[in-house]
Design a protein around this ligand. Structure first.
Ligand SMILES: Cc1ncc(COP(=O)(O)O)c(C=O)c1O
Length: 390
C-alpha cells in the first residue's frame, strides 16, 4: 500500500476540485464559499504590512515567535469576542493558521483512531475530512430549520458516547441555518451532562443580515469547560491571511499548543503582526457593517430569483446571515447529474451529497451568494433555471 491507512476513504474535496475546474472569468460561480475580493480592504492591509515592516524593529516580525500567537492580536481578538457577548482573555486563545488548522489540532489532541465524532448532517466538508483523517467514526445527528435536533442528539449521546460533537451553529455551512437560543441551551446541558467535547465552529457569526445575535454555545456557563469556540479572519477580513483562533477551556490549552508545535511551530509571525496592526488601525465594526450591507443585497438577489429558478416543489433556506443557501430539488432529482448542464451554461454550484457523513440526500445542493454582484447573481440564477429546465 502506497499511503498510510488513515488516508483510506478520505476523498479530495469535491468543492476544491470543482473550483479548479471553473476558474474561468465567464463562469458565475455559486460553488466556492469565497468572500467578495473587491470588498477586501487592500489599502488597509497594505498599510498594516508597511507599518510593521518599515522600521528596524520590524525585524522581529520576521523571526520565530511563540506558539500561542502574537499577544497584541490575541488581545484585540479577545476584546472583540468579549464585546460580542463571549467573555474572553488573550490567555484563552491560540492563534491558528486558519480555523481549519484549529480543527486538525483538536482532532490531534482529542481523537484516537476509532473515536466517535457526532456531527449535524449535512455539515462542513473539510471538518469531515479532518475527522476522517484522524481515524474517527462519524455519527450523524439529524436537524431541521432550527439546527441540530436536541432529542436526536440526546439519543446519539446515550447510544454512541461520542468524544466530540462538531457544530456550525450560526449560519451553517452548507445550510445557512442557525441553532435557536433554546436549542443552544439544551445542547450545552446535554454536552455537559455527558462530558462530551463540543466544537463550536463560528466563521460566519459576524455576517448577520437580519435579526438579533444569538449567544454563543461557549457562553453557556454549564458548558464552559467543554466547548471549544473557533473564530476566523477569513470571512471578515481576507481568507488568504490564513488566520484563525481557538478559544479553549484551560484543561486543553497545553495539549493544543503541543499539537500546534508539531504542526507548524506557530502561525506566520508577519501575518499576525500585520493583522494586529490592521485591527488596531481599522474601525472593524464599520468594515463588517459594509460587508453585511453588500452581502445582504446579494442574498436578497439570490432568494428573490429562487422561485423562478428552482423547479416547482423545491425547498430552500433563506438564511439570516453567512454565505450559503441550501436548495432541495423535488424528490427523484440528482443535483450532481445537473452540474454538467450548469457548467455548460457557465454557472456552478456544489452538489449536496459530499456534505453528508452517512446517507446523502442527492436532491440537495449548496449555493453561495457572496462572490458575485446582485446583477451577476440574477444572471447566474437565470442560467441555472435553464440548466434545471425550470
Ligand atoms: C464552517 C467552516 N469552518 C472552517 C472553515 C475554514 O476557515 P478558515 O479559512 O478560517 O480556515 C470554513 C471555510 O469555509 C468553514 O465554512
Amino acid at each position: 500500500m502506497l499511503f498510510a491507512q488513515r488516508l483510506q476513504g478520505v476523498a479530495s474535496s469535491p468543492v476544491r476540485d470543482l473550483l479548479a475546474l471553473i476558474d474561468r472569468p465567464e463562469v458565475i460561480s455559486f460553488a466556492g464559499g469565497l468572500p467578495a475580493p473587491e470588498l477586501f480592504d487592500l489599502d488597509g492591509l497594505r498599510a498594516a504590512f508597511d507599518q510593521v515592516l518599515s522600521t528596524p524593529a520590524g525585524r522581529r516580525h520576521l523571526q520565530y515567535a511563540p506558539t500561542e500567537g502574537n499577544i497584541d492580536l490575541r488581545e484585540i481578538v479577545a476584546g472583540r469576542m468579549s464585546a460580542r457577548g463571549l467573555p474572553t482573555t488573550a490567555g484563552d486563545l491560540l492563534i491558528t493558521t486558519g480555523s481549519q488548522q484549529a480543527l486538525t489540532l483538536i482532532a490531534t489532541a482529542l481523537l484516537d483512531p476509532g473515536a466517535v465524532v457526532a456531527v449535524e448532517e449535512p455539515t462542513y466538508l473539510a471538518a469531515l475530512q479532518c475527522f476522517q483523517l484522524a481515524g474517527a467514526r462519524i455519527v450523524a445527528v439529524p436537524g431541521d430549520q432550527d439546527g441540530i435536533d436536541p432529542a436526536a442528539l440526546a439519543a446519539v449521546l446515550h447510544a454512541e458516547r461520542p468524544r466530540l460533537l462538531y457544530l456550525v451553529p450560526t449560519f451553517a455551512n452548507p445550510t445557512g441555518r442557525t441553532l435557536t437560543p433554546a436549542r443552544r441551551a439544551e445542547v450545552a446541558d446535554l454536552a455537559a451532562a455527558h462530558g462530551t467535547w463540543v466544537v463550536e465552529d463560528d466563521p460566519y457569526g459576524e455576517l448577520r443580515y437580519r435579526g438579533e445575535p444569538v449567544p454563543a454555545l461557549a457562553s453557556h456557563p454549564v458548558a464552559a469547560d467543554c466547548v471549544l469556540h473557533l473564530g476566523s479572519f477569513s470571512k471578515i477580513a481576507a481568507p488568504g491571511m490564513r488566520l484563525g483562533w481557538v478559544r479553549s477551556p484551560a484543561r486543553l490549552r497545553s495539549a493544543l499548543a503541543v499539537a500546534k508545535q508539531a504542526a507548524d511551530l506557530h502561525t506566520s509571525t508577519i501575518d499576525q503582526a500585520a493583522a494586529a496592526a490592521y485591527l488596531a488601525a481599522t474601525d472593524m465594526d464599520a468594515h463588517v457593517r459594509g460587508l453585511r450591507d453588500a452581502y445582504r443585497r446579494r442574498r436578497d438577489a439570490m432568494i428573490t430569483a429562487m422561485p423562478r429558478t428552482a423547479p416547482p416543489g423545491s425547498t430552500w433556506t433563506d438564511p439570516d446571515g453567512g454565505m450559503f443557501t441550501w436548495l432541495r430539488l423535488p424528490e427523484g432529482h440528482d443535483s450532481a447529474a445537473l452540474l454538467p448542464e450548469a457548467l455548460k451554461r457557465d454557472v456552478a454550484f456544489v452538489p449536496g451529497a459530499p456534505f453528508y457523513a452517512t446517507r446523502p440526500d442527492r436532491a440537495t445542493l449548496r449555493l453561495s451568494f457572496t462572490t458575485h454582484t446582485p446583477e451577476e447573481i440574477t444572471e447566474g440564477m437565470r442560467r441555472l433555471a435553464e440548466a434545471f429546465g425550470t
